[in-house]
Design a protein around this ligand. Structure first.
Ligand SMILES: C[S@@+](CC[C@H](N)C(=O)[O-])C[C@H]1O[C@@H](n2cnc3c(N)ncnc32)[C@H](O)[C@@H]1O
Length: 268
């Protein structure tokens, strides 16, 4: 089966949204299919988009996610889209919506773009495209929110998934859209030192195992789930410190197990 047919089949089987609209424009592996308005709103609410956010939509289609983020939530936004006509349409829609000053649309391959300015990334792509993007998403600033319509990021489990009814969904058997949210976890894997204390952290996406050594003696050990820049203390069991990513250091935000609040660990 040709790649484009495979892409269509993938969308059809797992239910990307498709609606009464002209025949899809095909580009590489990802077709142009719009996210319906109520799903767009739910994506932006899930990411808690607000004024001050900069949202980048990867494969921005007719610009609706970026325009809604600017108009309804006060954010600024950038749409990256490979089809020039769709970029022209997005710019027209942004002017009509009165948000041209806070939105930008570029004809650009999403794989070539610098995403570092994003505080929120949205996407409605395909599973294999998401997976190819994953290393670049993981390298974004800790705490950056990522929302994907329908498709996940493989074994990087979302922090939250919501399911919406989409009665007029034209592709797939389920009349549902799934929205997945991730917070980019701080990169904390490795060895950290603060005076006589050494902190060893093993990390897999948001999951971490931490253990402290002091003067060569084994100390507290605990596990948890990173929430962006925060490594929370476990609930229940003996007290354990809470940590926060702080400009490349790890700061104790709630002291426990012999580590006072504000102890600052640096890589060693
Ligand atoms: C499923 S549509 C989603 C449109 C919009 N984000 C939405 O949710 O309504 C995917 C879009 O990605 C665009 N696209 C596909 N490959 C791309 C690439 N390599 N770089 C940028 N855009 C791409 C397609 O042209 C299409 O408009």
């Amino acid at each position: 089966m040709p790649r484009r047919s495979l892409a269509l089949a993938a969308f059809a089987v797992a239910s990307a949204a498709a609606f009464a609209q002209p025949a899809p424009t095909w580009v590489e592996e990802v077709p142009f299919i719009t996210t319906p308005d109520h799903v767009t709103l739910a994506m932006l609410e899930l990411a808690q988009v607000r004024a001050g956010d900069h949202l980048i939509d990867l494969g921005s289609g007719d610009g609706r996610i970026v325009i809604t983020a600017a108009k309804r939530f006060g954010a600024s936004g950038l749409g990256l889209e490979i089809v020039p006509d769709l970029v022209a349409k997005s710019e027209r829609h942004a002017r009509q919506a009165g948000v041209a000053d806070r939105t930008e649309f570029r004809v650009q391959d999403l794989f070539d773009a610098d995403l570092s300015s994003a505080s929120v990334v949205t996407m409605y792509l395909l599973p294999e495209v998401n997976l190819k993007l994953r290393p670049r998403l993981l390298a974004l600033a800790p705490g950056t929110r990522i929302v994907s319509h329908d498709w996940d990021l493989g074994d990087w489990q979302p922090d939250r998934t919501v399911t919406l009814e989409v009665p007029d969904k034209a592709v797939g058997r389920e009349k549902l859209s799934r929205l997945h949210l991730w917070h980019v976890p701080a990169p904390v894997q490795g060895r950290w030192c603060a005076g006589p204390s050494t902190l060893h952290v093993a990390q897999r996406f948001q999951s971490f195992d931490a253990r402290i050594e002091r003067g060569g003696q084994a100390g507290a050990a605990w596990s948890g789930r990173i929430r962006g820049t925060v490594l929370p203390a476990p609930v229940g069991g003996p007290p354990r410190p809470a940590l926060a990513w702080d400009d490349g250091a790890l700061r104790v935000t709630a002291g426990a197990a012999g580590l006072p609040t504000d102890t600052r660990f640096v890589r060693c």
